[in-house]
Design a protein around this ligand. Structure first.
Ligand code: ASN
Length: 359
C-alpha cells in the first residue's frame, strides 16, 4: 500500500556486497538436491508489521534473508538453499544502479558449477521491470526465478513462505532450464515478457491476460504448458558485464489537455529515450506529438506504448522519420527497460524498432 512509501525511504539499504551465511554453505553438496541461491532484495515478502491483520501499513524490506529461509524449513527437502542479502528495499526504490549490480551478481552465481539456480526475492511493485531486465541480460540457461508476495510475512495467511517454497522448487526443476527468467507468485509461473501486476493488493495480482502463464506449481509438481518465444537470456544480444550505468529513459503519460512541456523537461533533464504511455493504439495528442517530435529531432528515441493495459501498439510507417518506435505489447515500464538496453547498443531507430519486434 501507499503507507510503505515512507517506510521504504527509511528502509533503503545500499546493495553492498553484503553476504550472510552464503559463502559458508557453498561447498559442493554431496546429496542429489539442486543447489539454489536466494538473493534477497526486500519487498513485502520481507515485510513486517506489529499486527497480523495488517496488509497495507506494514514495512516492506524489514526482515533478513535468514528469517525468510527459516520460515520455510521444508525447503531443505527439495534443495540445498543458501541466502545472500543483496539489498533490503521497497521495490519502488529499485534503480538502475542496483539493477545492474543484481544482474551482474546473478550472472556470477549462475556461472558457478555449484549453483544450479537462483531465486530472487523482490517487492511486487516493480518486480516485472527487474524480471524483464534480467530476462534480457542473464547469460545462462539455468533457472532464475523472481518471487514476491502481497501479504507481509507477519500477516495471517502470508503468501510469501509458500511462494518462496514454490520458487525454490521451480528453480530446482530441470524443466525450468532454458525457459528464461521466471516469475512465481500464487502458484503460477509467468514470463516477465508477458506478466504484469494487475491489482493493487490481491494475492492473484500477477496476470498475463493476453499471452498466458508458462505453467504452474501444483502439489509437488512443476507443470509447463507454454514457452516464451521472444528472445531472452542466452539468445539475447544485450550484455551488461561492462556497464556501470544505463541511459536515462523517462515515461510520459498521455491524457486529455496535456501540453508538450513534460517532453521538453525530459529532454532538458538528459533523457536519451522517452516511452509514451499513449492513448489507445499508442496515440499522442497534437501537443504531445509536438514535444515528441522535437525530442526526436534532438536524437531522443520515443517509444510508443499504451496506457490501455493490454494489446499491441502497431507500427506506423511514419514512426522512423520522427525517431519513434512502437513498443509492440510491452507496457510502458517494460518498454523503458528494453529501450534502455537498446540504447546501450545503438541509436539507430530502425534497429531499435527491430529490437522491439524481437524481444
Ligand atoms: N507487495 C509488495 O512487495 C509491494 C511493496 N511495496 C514492494 O514492491 O516492495
Amino acid at each position: 500500500g501507499f503507507t510503505n512509501t515512507t517506510a521504504a525511504a527509511t528502509s533503503t539499504t545500499a546493495p553492498a556486497s553484503v553476504s550472510t551465511t552464503a559463502d559458508k554453505s557453498e561447498k559442493p553438496q554431496t546429496n542429489h538436491l539442486p543447489n539454489i541461491k536466494i538473493l534477497a532484495t526486500g519487498g513485502t515478502i520481507a515485510g513486517s508489521s506489529a499486527a497480523n491483520t495488517d496488509t497495507t501499513g506494514y514495512k516492506a524490506g524489514a526482515l533478513g534473508v535468514e528469517t525468510l529461509i527459516k520460515a520455510v524449513p521444508e525447503m531443505k527437502n527439495i534443495a540445498n538453499v543458501s541466502g545472500e542479502q543483496f539489498a533490503n528495499i521497497d521495490s519502488t526504490n529499485m534503480n538502475n544502479d542496483i539493477l545492474l549490480k543484481l544482474a551482474k551478481r546473478t550472472n556470477e552465481l549462475l556461472a558457478r558449477d555449484d549453483v544450479d539456480g537462483v531465486v530472487i526475492t523482490h517487492g511486487t511493485d516493480t518486480l516485472e521491470e527487474t524480471a524483464y531486465f534480467l530476462d534480457l541480460v542473464v547469460k545462462s540457461d539455468k533457472p532464475v526465478v523472481v518471487v514476491g508476495s502481497m501479504r507481509p510475512a507477519t500477516a495471517i495467511s502470508a503468501d510469501g513462505p509458500f511462494n518462496l517454497y514454490n520458487a525454490v522448487k521451480v528453480a530446482g526443476a530441470s524443466s525450468s532450464k532454458g525457459q528464461g527468467v521466471l516469475v512465481l507468485l500464487n502458484d503460477r509461473i509467468g514470463s516477465p515478457r508477458y506478466i504484469s501486476k494487475t491489482n493493487t493488493t490481491t494475492v492473484d495480482t500477477f496476470k498475463s491476460v493476453e499471452q498466458g502463464y508458462l505453467g504452474a506449481v501444483v502439489g509437488d509438481q512443476v507443470y509447463y504448458y507454454n514457452k516464451a518465444v521472444r528472445k531472452h537470456t542466452t539468445a539475447s544480444v544485450f550484455d551488461i558485464s561492462n556497464l556501470t550505468q544505463l541511459p536515462q529513459v523517462d515515461i510520459l503519460y498521455e491524457y486529455q489537455n496535456n501540453g508538450r512541456y513534460l517532453y521538453d523537461a525530459a529532454v532538458a533533464a538528459g533523457a536519451k529515450g522517452i516511452v509514451v504511455a499513449g492513448a489507445g493504439n499508442g496515440n499522442l495528442s497534437t501537443a504531445s506529438l509536438e514535444g515528441a517530435e522535437a525530442a526526436g529531432k534532438k536524437g531522443v528515441i520515443v517509444a510508443r506504448s499504451t496506457r490501455v493495459g493490454s494489446g499491441v501498439v502497431s507500427p506506423s510507417t511514419k514512426d522512423a522519420a520522427s525517431n519513434f518506435v512502437s513498443a509492440d505489447s510491452l507496457n510502458p515500464q517494460k518498454a523503458r527497460i528494453l529501450l534502455m538496453l537498446a540504447l546501450t547498443q545503438t541509436h539507430d531507430v530502425k534497429q531499435i524498432q527491430s529490437f522491439f519486434n524481437e524481444y
